[in-house]
Ligand binder design. Structure first.
Ligand code: PLP
Length: 311
């Protein structure tokens, strides 16, 4: 099952589980599976493409890989750069990335620079730096990233044993939308691809899709015009509710942006009776701060106190 990545840098990316969403599917009136991409080595789907991009950068004799990141690209680039013996230079929007993601990048020795600006500013600077001798840009505008990320489509087909009617995923910069559409096309499959973007793009609580100007906007617009992709715009409340349900009803703890696919299915009124796959893009531990701290109580160390507390 899955696509074997024949890279010397591999950390075991891909071959993530496809799990039936038993309770969610009942409420939504469809057959639903969750492709749990948070189980990739650094906790998000970014690893599928990053292993390819960093390998090619190393072969090309690069000194450093460069990226702009809302966090997960940074964590992934840092890990593979460490394995390749390359520097990783990461530009993040100041004060707008989750602590755990920055920790992952720092642990792997990346040079982290918090840009006083938005993600879009960080991407512009990364593109400029990537033009310099010895630096390779590893954002998803690098086609090697898209090439690697396509593998999720073949895995879904192999694991399900058929073509799903619907595939749902988040739309941030649009790199993954492009990769998923290309992956299914390569496999000769054409599921309905529905993608969720935040209405409040530049400020959404779902930090992994907090991107004002999607780098792949033009390509996604072409896919929409060709009838291959549908874009649904989600409120903050819809994102939050889908994210909570994934944990509360399925035990799948993902980061906020990763629930966008589920939010899309909750919104659409014409998916009942279909077989759907949601690509759940990143792990919940990436952004543990998103969880309300209110749920735990301190008790005396006696059974009576425990019984009283649980009611
Ligand atoms: C990067 C990322 C996204 C958005 O992917 P794009 O390719 O930018 O559209 C969604 N969820 C998570 C967890 C991510 O890391």
């Amino acid at each position: 099952m899955g696509v074997t990545v024949s890279s010397s840098l591999t950390l075991g990316e891909g071959s993530t589980p496809l799990v039936p969403a038993r309770r969610l599917q009942e409420r939504l009136g469809l057959e639903l599976y969750l492709k749990c991409e948070g189980l990739n080595p650094t906790g998000s789907f970014k690893d599928r493409g990053m292993v390819v991009a960093v390998e090619r950068a190393a072969r090309a004799g690069a000194r450093a890989v460069v990226c702009a990141s809302t966090g997960n690209t940074a964590a992934s680039a840092a890990a593979y750069a460490a394995r390749a013996g390359l520097e990783a230079i990461v530009l993040t929007p100041a004060g707008a990335t989750a602590t755990a993601k920055r920790a992952q990048a720092r642990a792997a020795g990346a040079r982290l620079l918090e840009v006083r600006g938005s993600f879009d500013d960080a991407l512009r600077l990364s593109r400029e730096l990537g033009e310099r001798e010895g630096f390779v840009l590893v954002n998803s505008v690098n086609p090697d990233r898209i090439e690697g990320q396509k593998s999720v489509a073949g895995e879904i087909l192999a694991q399900l044993g058929r073509v799903p009617d619907v595939v749902a995923l988040p739309f941030g910069g649009g790199g993954n939308v492009s990769a998923v559409a290309a992956g299914f096309a390569d496999a000769g499959a054409s599921p309905r691809i529905v993608v969720g973007q935040a209405a409040e793009r530049a400020t959404t609580w779902a930090s992994a899709i907090r991107i004002g100007e999607p780098a792949h906007a033009a390509h996604v617009a072409e896919l929409v015009a060709a009838g291959r992709v549908e874009v649904v715009t989600l409120s903050e409340a819809e994102l939050r509710s889908a994210w909570q349900r994934l944990s509360l009803e399925e035990g799948v703890f993902c980061e906020p942006a990763s629930a966008a696919g589920v939010a899309v299915l909750e919104r659409l009124s014409d998916v009942q009776g279909t077989t759907a796959v949601c690509i759940v893009t990143g792990h919940g531990l990436k952004d543990a701060g998103a969880v309300d701290e209110g749920g735990s109580d301190a008790v005396e160390a006696t059974l009576d106190a425990v019984l009283a507390a649980i009611g």
